[in-house]
Design a protein around this ligand. Structure first.
Ligand code: DAH
Length: 344
């Protein structure tokens, strides 16, 4: 009898040594001995009734001791395996706090959107309201009301995509002037966006789709001086404090007089370089005093009110500011280009 108990004890010891690599295996091993119905110790307990009554007490005591010993062994084993498992987990989930962090890439706005936002901020800061431009216009708004009648040579300057005799893809944002003046009476002070316009024109500096921003101020006694002062302030804000502007005479049917506004070259400071083609000046926008006929077309009395208007090419401004030499680079969605221009 004592041999049997010693045998089981030995079995348990070698079992623990050989098989118990995981807690699951240890649990199975424990069951082989300690399960009350099928376990070896459990079964011996059941044999009690076959033992002679005078031996029963000794037998029972020995079995109980074995049972307690086995329970003790198995719970020690379980503790050991638990600690080992935890250690293994810590090892596999180890975090190296000295590793460089993985960058979360965030997108940035398109260069033309960045420029547009900057311009809008500047003009809104000067008290301008923001109006909407349209991509599809009537011939009347895009040309006719802007003093560009059907046979006017100025129509040739803007190769137009016609959708029908009446409708076309906007070739300029100036139509926003008419829409605004039809709805609102002076004082008017608006910039119009988002400014998508289209012309049948395609080379390194021209894209068939490009962007403009239109500005219009109408009030009593608005003069070219207001235009010059305002654009000078604007140029300094966008290209730097040292920037100056000059006005050159030009021609647009909807303004009289009309000017082209140049800014001093912000790359060479006016000395002459490749960007300004040696002239020291960079052409930035068209502007002028709103033609009396345009005011009349919108029911505004040209003897009482006058206005100034300007139109800025946003793609051109973005190309100048960010040193992009081909307008196509702005629209090819090449991430290598777009990533470099983050000016928010
Ligand atoms: N619409 C003209 C163009 O696309 C730009 C322009 C010139 C706008 C003079 C104006 C302006 O408002 O006064 O070439």
């Amino acid at each position: 009898m004592n041999d049997r108990l010693a045998g089981i004890r030995q079995e348990i010891l070698s079992g623990i040594e050989q098989h118990a690599e995981s807690r699951a295996a240890a649990f199975e091993l424990r069951k082989q001995f300690l399960d009350s119905k099928t376990g070896k110790i459990g079964r011996m307990m059941k044999e009690m009734k076959n033992i002679a009554p005078e031996e029963r007490a000794v037998f029972g005591k020995s079995i109980n001791e074995l049972k307690e010993w086995a329970q003790q062994k198995f719970s020690e084993l379980d503790e050991r395996l638990k600690a080992k498992e935890l250690e293994r987990r810590y090892e596999s989930e180890k975090i190296d706090v000295t590793m460089p962090a993985q960058c979360v890439e965030t997108g940035n706005l398109h260069p033309v959107t960045q420029i547009r936002n900057q311009l809008m901020d500047i003009f809104v800061g000067m008290g301008f309201e923001v109006a909407q431009t349209r991509e599809i216009e009537k011939d009347y708004y895009n040309f006719e009301a802007l003093n560009i009648p059907k046979d006017h040579p100025a129509r040739d300057m803007q190769d137009t995509f016609y959708l029908s005799p009446e409708f076309l893809l906007a070739t300029q944002t100036s139509a926003a002037q008419i829409h605004t003046m039809e709805k609102k009476k002076p004082p008017i002070k608006i910039v119009a966006a988002p400014g998508k316009v289209f012309r049948s024109d395609d080379d390194a500096t021209h894209s068939p789709m490009f962007h403009q921003m239109e500005g219009l101020v109408v009030d009593e006694r608005i003069t070219l001086c207001d235009l010059k002062g305002m654009l000078e302030l604007f140029a300094k804000k966008i290209f730097g404090e040292e920037t100056t502007t000059r006005l050159r005479p030009s021609y647009f049917p909807f303004t009289e007089p009309s000017v082209e506004v140049d800014v001093s070259c912000f790359s060479c400071g006016g000395k002459g370089c490749r960007l300004c083609k040696g002239t020291g000046w960079i052409e930035l926008l068209g502007a002028g005093i709103v033609n009396r006929k345009v005011l009349e077309n919108c029911g505004i009395d040209p003897d009482r009110y006058s206005g100034l208007a300007f139109g800025i090419g946003l793609d051109r401004a973005a190309m100048l500011k960010y040193g992009v030499n081909n307008v196509k680079l702005l629209f090819e969605s090449d991430l290598r280009v777009l990533r470099q221009i983050n000016d928010n």
